[in-house]
Design a protein around this ligand. Structure first.
Ligand code: PMP
Length: 355
C-alpha cells in the first residue's frame, strides 16, 4: 500500500479471481468457462473490416447489439443496459442504487464479489444465512426492505430457486431494487426475465462469459424497467461511456445469431454434469443438485483443500475457498467429456491414496 491510497480503501479486501495460470497447461475446471470455442460466425465477425475500424470509438449506446438482444428476449431497446462483463454490471448496481439509506442484502454463501462491492462503497449490508444443505429460502428475503442481489443459480452451490419464489421476493420489496444475477441460467435454470414487464424494481443480470463462450470478450447485460436502465446509464455516462469495445460488440451480435450452437453446447455440458455427479457418487462424494455449469462437491475421505492441492499437482484446477462453512467442498466446472474423464481419473487416484 502506498501512502497515497485514499484512507477509505485502507481496509478494503479486493476480490481474488480464480487462477488463470499463464505458465503451464492445466485442465481448467476452476472459473466456469465454457470448454467450447465461440461459434464459427464469431470468428468471421471479428474480421479485417472491423479491425480496421479500431481507430474509431465504438457506439456508446451499443444500439446494434441492444437491438439484437431486445429482439432475442422479446423486450425493448430501453430495457437493456450493457456492461464490461457482469462484474461490471454488479459494480453499476451497487454504485447506482445502494447507499447508507438503502443497504443491500445477499446470501451469506454466494458470489464473492458481492461483499467486495458492499465494502468498496461502504454500504450497510446483510448477509442472509442459507438454510440446511445450502438451500436459499425465499421467505428470508420477503419484505426485507433492502436492495437485494441473488445469484440464481447460486454460486458456488449450483442450487436454483423458481420464478415464483423470485416473484414473491420482488413483489414484497416494491421500494427496493432486486438484482437477480443469472450468470448460470442457461444450464437448466428458469429465467425470471418474463417478470421484467410486470415489476419496475427487478433487474436481471446475464453474461456472455459462460453459456456463450465469450469470457475473454467481457460482456454482461442487464434487463429491467426503462427507469432503472436510465439510472444505470446516468452512472455509466459519468464513469466510462465507451464501456464495450467494437470487437466484443461484433462478436456478441454473431453470438446471438448462433443461438442454436450454444444451446447444443449447453446440452452437452448438462449431460456431462449428470455423468460427473454419478461417477463422483460411486467414489462416495456428496454433490449438491446443480443447475449450473459447475458442481459443488465434497469427499468424505479428503478435505476440500487437500483435494484442490492434489488435483493441482496432477494438472487439474478446481476452486476451493478457505471459509470455514465451505472448506470441505470444492467447486468443479463442468467441461468436455474428455476433461471430466481426466478429472475423475485423478480424483480416483487421490481417493485411493487416502484409503
Ligand atoms: N456472477 C456470478 C454469480 C459469477 O459466478 C460470475 C463469474 N465469476 C460473474 C457474475 C461475473 O462474470 P463475468 O464478469 O465474466 O460476466
Amino acid at each position: 500500500m502506498s501512502r497515497f491510497l485514499s484512507a477509505r480503501f485502507a481496509d478494503l479486501e479486493a476480490y481474488v479471481p480464480g487462477e488463470q495460470p499463464q505458465d503451464m497447461q492445466y485442465i481448467k475446471l476452476n472459473t466456469n468457462e465454457s470448454p467450447f470455442p465461440p461459434a464459427p460466425a464469431v470468428r468471421e465477425a471479428i474480421n479485417a473490416v472491423e479491425i480496421d475500424r479500431l481507430n474509431l470509438y465504438p457506439d456508446p449506446e451499443g444500439r446494434a447489439l441492444r437491438e439484437k438482444l431486445a429482439d432475442h428476449y422479446g423486450v425493448k431497446l430501453e430495457n437493456i443496459f450493457l456492461a464490461n462483463g457482469s462484474d461490471d454490471l454488479l459494480n453499476f448496481f451497487f454504485m447506482t442504487f445502494c447507499d447508507e439509506e438503502r443497504p443491500v442484502a445477499y446470501p451469506a454463501v454466494s458470489y464473492g464479489f458481492y461483499p467486495v462491492y458492499a465494502s468498496l462503497y461502504r454500504l450497510p449490508h446483510t448477509e442472509v444465512p442459507l438454510r440446511e444443505d445450502f438451500r436459499l429460502e425465499p421467505e428470508d428475503y420477503c419484505g426485507i426492505g433492502k436492495n437485494i442481489v441473488i445469484a440464481n443459480p447460486n454460486a458456488p452451490t449450483g442450487r436454483a430457486i423458481g420464478v415464483d419464489d423470485i416473484e414473491r421476493i420482488v413483489r414484497s420489496n416494491p421500494d427496493h431494487v432486486v438484482m437477480i444475477d443469472e450468470a448460470y441460467i442457461d444450464f437448466g435454470g428458469e429465467s425470471c426475465l418474463p417478470l421484467v414487464g410486470k415489476y419496475d424494481n427487478l433487474l436481471v443480470c446475464q453474461t456472455f462469459s459462460k453459456f456463450r463462450s465469450l469470457a475473454g470478450g467481457r460482456l454482461g447485460f442487464a434487463i429491467g424497467s426503462p427507469a432503472l436502465i436510465e439510472d444505470l446509464d446516468k452512472i455509466k455516462y459519468s464513469t466510462n461511456s465507451y464501456n464495450i469495445n467494437r470487437l466484443t460488440m461484433a462478436a456478441a451480435i454473431a453470438t446471438i445469431e448462433s443461438h442454436e450452437y450454444y444451446v447444443n453446447n449447453s446440452k452437452r455440458i448438462q449431460s456431462n454434469r449428470t455423468y460427473t455427479v454419478e461417477e463422483l457418487e460411486k467414489m462416495g462424494f456428496e454433490t449438491l443438485p446443480s443447475k449450473a455449469n459447475f458442481v459443488f462437491t465434497r469427499c468424505p475421505k479428503v478435505d476440500g483443500g487437500t483435494l484442490y492441492r492434489k488435483l493441482k499437482a496432477r494438472g487439474v484446477l478446481v476452486r476451493h475457498w478457505d471459509k470455514p462453512e465451505i472448506a470441505d467442498w470444492c467447486r468443479v466446472t463442468i467441461g468436455s467429456r474428455t476433461q471430466m474423464d481426466a478429472f475423475l481419473e485423478r480424483v480416483h487416484e487421490i481417493v485411493k491414496e487416502a484409503e
